[in-house]
Structures are given as structure tokens and as C-alpha cells.
Design a protein around this ligand. Structure first.
Ligand code: 8X3
Length: 243
């Protein structure tokens, strides 16, 4: 489980651990992982998923300890809401690295293990931003469309190896970090994203969906799960009350 230090990643690690899974919680921030590892069944593993050397060291360690049968690529994120005309190329590069190259690096390192297992699962957390573009979303849209594409190609390539490949594409999820990071710590701007939404999706809701997908019998492949709060009928139609 990558991006495990907070939000959907941490909630999913906790959710699967309560079902008796042994979960390697992968993230860069050691102190956050230590907290999470107080839950039984969660093993912290400090690793930057965009660094191939760190990823292959993590894969070696995990293989030596018995390996895994499921890889959940959750690490990712957005920076800014700039239009194409004004977007900062470094922001675009960062988004491509964490949302596309990170998952690819993890997949390349762990595929041999998943193939050897005989019943592997790879689940990629993309986004509704990877399915429909919006103004101000281009850098994130491009990265998530990319991750969506790699997920669907991978499914075709690995079916013969009995690896199921699942895409979970969440819409608006209120987590402590996604919008804060996107708006560079501007908490007012981050809060505005969820203003007036009575019941936004929470990390635990998405964790529930992920857990359902990966605990189904292995021959059942949910190709793509789009999950939004009821209040977000579409990106352009969000029901906000009292504002
Ligand atoms: C987050 C969904 O709508 O902020 O992945 O792009 S959105």
C-alpha cells in the first residue's frame, strides 16, 4: 500500500489490517508511519515510490519476508489549479512523477512477485480527474489520464499471468491533505472545495470500496470503480447547502 501515511492510504491499511491482512505501509514520512504501525498487522516501510533504488530495496526486503499478493498504488496528488496557459512546468512534472512514474516503478518492481504468487492483484487509485477534464485541472488531468491508461494497458498485458488489475477512480474525497497540498497550504481555499457539502466522501469510505474490490474472489476483476459522494453528481454539479 503506497501513500500510506495519511488519508485513503492510511485508512485502507487500517481497514485491511482489521481483516487480518499483513499490510506493508509504504510512504516517505517515517513518523506518520510509526503511528500507523501501532495497529497490529501494519508494517511500516519508508520509501519514496519515485526512486527506483529505494523501490527495489523495498521489493527485495518484502520478497525475503515472504512476498505479497496485492499491490495498491495510492500515492499521488495534485498541485495548483492553473490553466494550461499559466501552468508551472515543475508542477506538471511533479504530478506526472507521483501519479504515473511512481506507480510504474512500483509495478515493475513487484510484478515478478505477483506473477510468482499465481493470483496477484494490482489496484491503482486514479481519480475522476483521469476520466473527465476540467478548467484548472489540466496538469492533474494529464497525469491521472496517464495513470488510467497505464492501468488499462497493464490489465491486457498481465491477464495471462492471472493478475487482476483494478482501477478505483474517486471524485471529491475530504481528506486532511489532498486539497491542502493542492492549494499550497492555503487552508481557506482548501476548505472551500468542500463547503456546504453535507456528506462528503471520507478516506474511510474509499477504503471500504478498495477493501471490497481486493477481497472478492480472485477471478472477479472490477475493471473500474467510480466513487463519488451523492452530492457530487458530476464535477460540474455539486449540491452545496447553506452557502
Ligand atoms: C480528486 C478529484 O475532482 O479534485 O482526485 O479532481 S478532483
Amino acid at each position: 500500500m503506497t501513500g500510506a501515511s495519511s488519508g485513503i492510504g492510511a485508512a485502507t491499511a487500517r481497514r485491511l489490517a482489521t481483516e487480518g491482512w499483513r499490510v506493508y505501509a509504504v510512504a516517505r514520512r517515517a513518523e506518520k508511519l510509526e503511528e500507523l504501525a501501532e495497529n497490529e498487522g501494519i508494517i511500516p516501510l519508508v520509501c519514496d515510490v519515485t526512486d527506483p533504488q529505494q523501490v527495489s530495496a523495498a521489493a527485495e526486503k518484502i520478497r525475503a519476508e515472504g512476498g505479497i499478493d496485492t499491490l495498491i498504488n495510492n500515492a499521488g496528488g495534485a498541485i495548483g489549479m492553473d490553466w494550461v496557459a499559466d501552468g508551472d512546468i515543475d508542477d506538471w512534472r511533479w504530478m506526472y512523477e507521483v501519479n504515473v512514474l511512481g506507480p510504474v516503478t512500483m509495478i515493475q518492481a513487484f510484478l515478478p512477485m505477483l506473477r510468482d504468487h499465481g493470483e496477484g492483484t494490482i489496484l491503482n487509485l486514479t481519480s475522476t480527474a483521469g476520466l473527465v477534464a476540467y478548467e484548472g485541472g489540466a496538469g492533474y488531468n494529464a497525469a491521472k489520464f496517464g495513470e488510467h491508461g497505464l492501468t488499462w494497458a497493464l490489465r491486457l498485458e498481465e491477464a495471462e499471468n492471472n493478475i487482476r488489475v483494478v482501477e478505483v477512480a474517486p471524485g471529491m474525497v475530504k481528506t486532511e491533505e489532498f486539497s491542502a497540498k493542492r492549494f499550497g497550504g492555503d487552508t481557506a481555499a482548501a476548505e472551500k472545495v468542500y463547503a456546504g457539502i453535507e456528506k462528503p466522501l471520507l478516506a474511510e469510505d474509499v477504503a471500504e470500496v478498495i477493501a471490497s474490490a481486493v477481497t472478492l474472489p480472485h477471478h472477479v476483476n472490477l475493471d473500474q470503480i467510480i466513487v463519488r459522494p451523492v452530492a457530487e453528481a458530476a464535477k460540474h454539479k455539486v449540491i452545496r447547502k447553506g452557502i
